[in-house]
Ligand binder design. Structure first.
Ligand SMILES: Cc1cc2nc3c(=O)[nH]c(=O)nc-3n(C[C@H](O)[C@H](O)[C@H](O)COP(=O)(O)OP(=O)(O)OC[C@H]3O[C@@H](n4cnc5c(N)ncnc54)[C@H](O)[C@@H]3O)c2cc1C
Length: 383
């Protein structure tokens, strides 16, 4: 068996992060967190202590300041050796870069830096029961009252609904119907009076304990507003482009693990007197997956390089997430299939990987919205 090379396998950061994954038993922990969902505080702290949270976060804000292609390669490998959970966890500061880039120095000091150290979990709350893809239709209000804003409304589908210490909450400061330009972001500690939280059970990514957060007349100091009034969606767009491309790298790493394990399995397992790999019905889909996973990686990696150079790649980042998710799901599905009965069982990791990666079609923008973003860009003037 001769496996194709892995991207960046001699990068010092890749070696460091995969070594940490082995030392901290992250693959095993990821499987435990699927069976018994919980936020992995101890590992979060340890990853922070090892400076493995906020890989892309500038050094001035406590991160590693690694360039995006380097982070993509590291996350590919972390996904490959431990699944989605801890690779996504290392991205948590990236998911909150609106706070780092537009929050006051005091907010950054109190909330962002401790997050990079793994001491505090900051979530993001955009989606509402009545507004998800159409985020401009958010109904939650933030009304200015002297030195405070009064928050009223419901957030739904939110990761870490019951675990977050604080959340970046998107709420309407402009009049109803003002769309995206009427939305502002606030840093809201989750223990404030008037907040109630509950969780739902999920298909995968269960450790995130997603759910609903209700705000009933919650007072937040003006200093907790992130950036200018009405500017929040503009801030979020830049963050989303980076996170979509980086998530794509994780999904491809996770699928690569299933693919490698399946290539090994069908080479060894005999049926009807010969190895499964010699049956074209089994071997051919696996060589197709090889080419598809590799091609998807090239697309994602090129997008990350262009993003690092400051090129406008919102469309490519959107299609990276779609392409990586679909390519990975198809490869993991083959892994389930060609391991037979064991592939469908919880004894092997493929079923969990499939469930976890499936979130890629919905979280951080659905597949359909990714297509809309790309189509708009393709037919816009001046691209
Ligand atoms: C694992 C996971 C983690 C998440 N974490 C968070 C989080 O931390 N914070 C947060 O705020 N949200 C989070 N979400 C929510 C996620 O961002 C939303 O579910 C997503 O944006 C879709 O919104 P919705 O659920 O309201 O679906 P809807 O917007 O109702 O969409 C339903 C379907 O209709 C399609 N659709 C909608 N509009 C169009 C259109 N114009 N054209 C074509 N198709 C369309 C969608 O693509 C989708 O297939 C998470 C979701 C998941 C699965």
């Amino acid at each position: 068996m001769t496996l194709p090379p892995l991207p960046g396998s001699t990068d010092p950061l890749v070696l460091e992060i995969t070594h940490a994954a082995v030392e901290l038993h992250l693959a095993q922990r990821s499987r435990e967190l699927d069976r018994t969902p919980a936020f992995p505080r101890a590992e979060y702290r340890e990853l922070g202590r090892r400076r493995l949270l906020g890989l892309h976060t500038p050094i001035a804000r406590g991160g590693r300041g690694v360039d995006l292609p380097g982070v993509g390669r590291a996350l590919f490998h972390l996904g490959r050796v431990s699944g989605t959970a801890f690779a996504k966890l290392t991205l948590q500061p990236e998911f909150s870069s609106v706070l780092a880039e537009h929050g006051t120095p005091e907010l950054v000091e109190r909330f962002y830096r401790p997050m990079v150290r793994g001491e505090l979990l900051v979530a993001n709350q955009v989606t509402e029961p009545g507004a998800g893809s159409d985020a401009g239709a958010l109904a939650m209000t933030a009304r200015r009252e002297g030195d405070s804003y009064r928050l009223d409304g419901s957030k739904s589908e939110a990761a870490f609904a019951v675990d977050a210490d604080a959340a970046i909450v998107y709420a309407r400061t402009g009049p109803a119907g003002s769309g995206a330009p009427g939305v502002s972001a606030f840093l809201v500690p989750q223990d404030l009076e008037g907040i109630s939280r509950s969780m739902v059970g999920d298909l995968g990514e269960r450790w995130m304990r997603r759910g609903r957060v209700e705000y009933g007349s919650v007072l937040v100091p003006v200093g907790h507003r992130i950036g200018e009034e009405g500017a929040a969606f503009g801030y979020l767009q830049a963050e989303l482009v980076r996170e979509r491309a980086l998530l794509a790298a994780i999904y491809l790493g996770v699928a690569r693990a299933s693919w490698e394990e399946t290539v090994a399995h069908v080479g060894e397992r005999t049926a009807f007197g010969r190895p499964l790999s010699s049956q074209e019905a089994v071997g051919f889909p696996l060589v197709e997956d090889w080419a598809r996973l590799d091609a998807a990686w090239e697309f994602v990696d090129r997008t990350l390089h262009r993003l690092a150079r400051g090129e406008p790649v919102s469309a490519e980042a959107s299609m990276s997430k779609w392409l990586a998710t679909e390519t990975a799901l198809s490869a993991i599905d083959h892994a389930i299939q060609f391991h037979g009965g064991a592939g469908y069982s919880q004894a092997l990791p493929h079923e969990q990987r499939w469930r976890d990666v499936r979130s890629g079609g919905i979280a951080h923008g659905t597949h359909e919205i990714m297509h809309l973003v790309a189509a708009r860009s393709l037919w816009s003037k001046g691209r």
